[in-house]
Design a protein around this ligand. Structure first.
Ligand code: KIV
Length: 263
């Protein structure tokens, strides 16, 4: 049986950490779900770790649909989030069309989009149409050309801005929020103020769950893996065991450790 949004919400209410991992094809999705990962993210990070680009910007909507289809053929158990790629949410109409494709053709259960105030009308409309939505705040890879790969919310005013954006996204109807590279103290504060699950990456241990990129977890990343990630294959004999170890570590709150915090 596939995880439902209401099961994830109950899990969140019971303070049972939500385990999320990216996957991009059927076989990886199969083993990720088998290992007990509850949420699979078909992230546009596939542009970097699968397609070999230096950013996520070249990823097309067709690419996202294609990879989501593959993932959902291999995944029978996990809730599946698919990313709206760069510029798919440039207008309300394009965002609705892209979300429809990700759900109808790709088989996604939820769509994720990057940004705060700008995406509020889109979140509102999707939510009213019955589409589960995940927001994404903090480091925004689709804005890298303007903002760089930088930790967000370090000073008081940007921290307050992020908190307000999170509250606004929730009010617009977001069902979940990814917080990327936010200081752990702020991630804890945002998580505490919201009543939807907050899934952290590089944002400390006090969020409602964690997400990692599959290739980082298995040491497959070409070049330097992000400091907040961990290669679970080093201490495990197989890919399956490494993913299970990640699930166990998130549940037991032994991952992330202080050394994985961005400061
Ligand atoms: O695309 C992706 O994999 C993501 C995660 C880094 C959260 O958005």
């Amino acid at each position: 049986m596939r995880k439902t949004l209401s099961q994830l919400k109950k899990q969140y209410q019971n303070n049972d950490k939500i385990v999320c991992l990216t996957a991009y094809d059927a076989s990886s999705a199969h083993w990720v779900a088998e290992a007990g990962v509850e949420v699979i993210l078909v992230g546009d990070s596939l542009g970097m770790v699968v397609q070999g680009h230096t950013t996520t910007l070249p990823v097309s909507l067709d690419d996202m649909v294609y990879h989501t289809q593959m993932v959902q053929r291999g995944n029978q158990q996990a809730w599946c989030i698919a990313d709206l790629p760069f510029m798919a949410d440039a207008t309300l109409e394009s965002a609705l069309n892209a979300s429809a494709r990700l759900m109808k053709e790709g088989g996604a259960n939820m769509v994720k989009l990057e940004g705060g105030e700008r995406v509020v009308p889109i979140v509102n409309a999707l939510s009213a149409l019955g589409v589960p939505v995940c927001g994404h705040l903090g480091l925004l890879p689709q804005s890298v050309q303007k903002q760089g790969y930088k930790v967000k919310g370090r000073d008081a005013s940007s921290a307050e801005h992020l908190l307000n954006e999170a509250i606004t996204l929730q009010a617009a109807g977001a069902d979940m929020l990814v917080l990327e590279c936010v200081p752990s103290k702020l991630a804890k504060q945002i998580t505490g103020q919201l009543s939807i699950p907050v899934i952290g990456i590089g944002s400390g241990k006090d969020t409602s769950g964690q997400v990692l990129v599959y290739h980082d977890l298995l040491g497959l990343t070409v070049g330097k893996a992000p400091a907040f990630s961990k290669n679970f294959l080093i201490e495990n004999a197989s890919i399956q065991a490494a993913i299970q170890a990640y699930v166990k570590a998130v549940k037991a709150q032994t991952f992330p450790e202080a050394c994985h915090e961005v400061g």
